[in-house]
Write a protein that binds this ligand. Structure first.
Ligand SMILES: [Zn+2]
Length: 457
């Protein structure tokens, strides 16, 4: 069995087959957060979309090298630090902590590499120097700028020409730039305490340089997937690509962008004062509910999210939990997954990650599972049940036990154990599994990840 996944490439506007640069290993860079505040719901969508993609690729037997950065130097962090009367690095550390806690609650696998901008300053300076020497960037009185006119296909991701981008640009006039589309690679901020020395003077790097330097450093000059929310397509990703391609680097082969978030049945906006943060949404219900909402919409479509919709999701998940608990209680767990269901699942997922079809298949299979158990069709029930359990796991929806809540200590051990296993740290993974056994829990390993279950007496 070999599957070739097809993904929509924003650079070409076409759905293309993914053929990794290194066969068997998919390199994926996903733009991470700027850590100046509690994550909002939109952050949850992109992390879940790329977590689902990663888990599915791993299920196909591919190794995924997943890189996602932390922007820990930015004007927004400085502003926040001034407001809170704290040091910028303290602000960044605080909100990075909130970020990882929230992702853990969402059962998102940790990226294999998490580069921090502040650790990459010397490499960014080196890269900017290369651009200046190559005549792609110029030094101005307030910093170093990239000259977009040196990139023949600038506007590729925006699907607009340089001319039309110029006329539509909303960038404020800056007499230090040759063109209003040129962007800062290095900003001179000699008055700030939070600045680094450079050949051009004390200052800070620009955000667009951060991602190009970190992705190439960890994944090479030619890698498979570059992802993020569609709001990053222009100018952020356009500008990353410009810096790499002007030096002749192939850079990312497939650009994957997830769609916007729209208000659900309740209005949610910062201006209305009822804006709900990601930790609030996760805490309002079954933490898996948001993942289900993300799965039920195609990743490129708009997604409606609200507390009410999350509650609907939680009820739907409970139905699957119950069916799987029933499968267990009937002694039918652990069979070979039904081949037809699995083929239909792969067909949907290979088709540009058609998770709405995969989720519909999951719910149809649960209905079928219940009626097969009712009819005493034990062999068929076992096969369908195994398929439900596998698909559930691959999508990152580990089953909850009939007993309900998993104690926090157990959930934490389990999350650490899953991470250790993903990192191929089998010694640590085994130690954590033993600790879970001591607490009365077992982990059953499936292709998409472990499933936590209470140990039978
Ligand atoms: Zn980025």
């Amino acid at each position: 069995m070999s599957y070739v996944i097809r993904l929509h490439n924003s650079a070409t506007g076409r759905i293309e087959e993914l053929h990794p640069v290194i066969p068997g290993t998919v390199s994926m860079y996903v733009c991470g957060p700027t850590v100046y505040d509690v994550p909002h719901i939109g952050h949850g969508r992109f992390v879940l979309v790329f977590d689902i993609l990663r888990r599915y690729l791993q299920h196909l037997g591919l190794t995924v090298v997943h890189v996602s950065n932390i922007t820990d130097v930015d004007d927004k962090i400085l502003k926040r630090a001034a407001e809170e009367g704290r040091e910028p690095w303290e602000v960044a550390a605080t909100y990075e902590g909130v970020w990882w806690d929230t992702l853990e609650a969402l059962d998102v696998l940790r990226p294999n590499h998490v580069p921090h901008a502040t650790d990459y300053i010397p490499k960014m300076i080196e890269f900017i120097s290369t651009l200046v020497e190559a005549g792609k960037a110029y030094v101005s009185s307030d910093g170093v700028y990239f000259d977009v006119s040196t990139v023949a296909d600038y506007g590729l991701l925006a699907h607009q020409s340089l001319e039309s981008l110029r006329s539509g640009a909303r960038v404020e006039a800056n007499e230090n730039k040759r063109s209003q589309l040129d962007f800062a690679l290095w900003k001179l901020t000699p008055e700030d305490r939070w600045a680094w020395d450079s050949p051009w003077g004390r200052g800070r790097p620009g955000w667009h340089t951060e991602c190009v330097v970190m992705s190439e450093d960890l994944l090479g000059k030619s890698f498979d997937i570059h992802g993020g929310g569609s709001d990053l397509m222009f100018p952020h990703h356009e500008n990353e690509r410009a810096q790499a391609s002007c030096l002749g680097h192939p850079f990312a082969h497939i650009w994957v962008h997830n769609g916007f978030l729209v208000a659900g049945t309740e209005k949610m906006s910062k201006s209305l004062g009822n804006f709900i943060t990601l930790p609030e949404l996760v805490g309002s219900n079954d933490p898996r509910a948001y993942r289900l909402l993300v799965l039920q919409a195609h990743y490129r479509s708009p997604l409606a999210v609200s507390v009410e919709l999350a509650a609907d999701g939680a009820r739907a998940l409970a139905r699957i939990d119950q069916a799987l608990a029933r499968l267990d209680a009937e002694g039918l767990a652990g069979a070979e997954p039904d081949a037809q269901v699995m083929a239909a699942f792969h067909e949907a997922m290979d088709d540009d990650l058609d998770t709405p079809a995969a989720t519909a298949l999951l719910f149809q299979s649960v209905t079928r599972l219940n009626s097969l158990i009712d009819q005493g069709e034990r062999d068929s029930a076992a096969a369908i049940g195994a398929a439900v359990s596998t698909v559930f796991g691959v999508l990152g929806l580990s089953a909850r036990t009939a007993a309900g809540e998993v104690p926090a200590e157990v959930a934490d051990l389990f999350a650490r154990r899953e991470r250790a296993r993903a990192d191929r740290d089998y010694a640590l993974s085994d130690t954590l599994r033993d600790q879970l056994v001591d607490l009365g829990w077992v982990v059953e390993d499936a292709k998409g990840g472990g499933v936590l279950k209470p140990r039978l007496p």
